[in-house]
Design a protein around this ligand. Structure first.
Ligand SMILES: [Zn+2]
Length: 86
């Protein structure tokens, strides 16, 4: 009887840098609804936002994925989500 099957630390070796702790978890950077992830940083003065899944979202709705892939703008500006503080 050798309880050597501990695998507590193996998950830290995964490649994806974002550590999403949201419930439900945010869409991954390679999923179709990647821009539905939570905002981690918002810099309107610079025209970009960083999403929880590592996607860089630009104000023209263009995106830069964590793997370096570039997504062309795909939405009109007027549909951007507005967060209203209560
Ligand atoms: Zn998240």
């Amino acid at each position: 009887m050798n309880p050597s099957s501990r695998r507590t630390l193996t998950t830290t070796q995964r490649k994806n840098p974002p550590m999403c702790q949201h419930q439900p978890a945010c869409p991954t950077a390679d999923s179709a609804d990647r821009d539905a992830a939570r905002l981690m940083a918002h810099h309107p003065e610079q025209g970009w936002s960083l999403l929880c899944n590592g996607v860089l979202l630009f104000e023209d709705t263009g995106e830069l994925l964590p793997n370096g892939r570039i997504i062309a703008p795909h939405r009109p500006l007027r549909t951007e989500r507005v967060v209203t503080a209560a």
